[in-house]
Design a protein around this ligand. Structure first.
Ligand SMILES: [Zn+2]
Length: 180
């Protein structure tokens, strides 16, 4: 496995629509493993292909274990996802993005969704996810269409800089340039 370089939000690749995965072989498995490793070392809960410059419809997700969500605490590799159902119920919650370090925002998402996708080996799957994992899936699925979480935030007060104790970690400064 290898840690891949994460692109920042001013990279035009993050604004492109990713293409469907057509070949399910050892290279895809390798890509998925690299994405999981990259997500974990970056302390992220999700990572999409375009974020490492791969314009293919694949994302990985893994949220910390929660007692009331049996899907938490395990890694998912989702290929060619299609959201087939979205709950009417919406929920506001905090989001960040590995491609926009140093920023958090409040984003309104569907509380639960159903998706149709393929596994890394090409097997068709259907999943129903809710709560935080549904939020992560919606965020990552957006990346496959060139959409960033900040695009959903219309009120500037709902987007804020994270206070870092000058630990030298990179902060994406050019947030206003992302306005669409
Ligand atoms: Zn993101």
């Amino acid at each position: 496995m290898a840690v891949r370089k994460i692109l920042y939000a001013d990279n035009p690749k993050l604004r492109q629509k990713a293409k469907k995965v057509k070949v399910f072989g050892p290279q895809l498995r390798q890509l998925a493993n690299d994405m999981i490793e990259t997500m974990r070392v970056s302390n992220g809960v999700g990572l999409a292909g375009p974020q490492i410059g791969v314009l293919q419809r694949i994302f990985v997700a893994e949220i910390p274990e929660e007692d009331d969500d049996p899907l938490s605490g395990k890694p998912f590799v989702i290929v060619n996802p299609e959201i087939t159902k979205r709950s009417a119920e919406m929920e506001e919650g905090q989001e960040g993005c590995l491609s926009i370090p140093g920023w958090l925002g409040e984003v309104n998402r569907h509380h639960s969704i159903e998706i149709k996708a393929r596994t890394v080996t090409g097997k068709p799957i259907k999943m129903k996810v809710s709560g935080f994992l549904a939020r992560v899936f919606q965020h990552e699925n957006d990346h496959l269409d060139g959409i960033l979480f900040v695009d959903h935030i219309k009120d500037p007060e709902k987007l804020w800089r994270v206070q870092t104790e000058d630990d030298g970690s990179y902060v994406f400064e050019d947030i206003n340039a992302l306005a669409v």
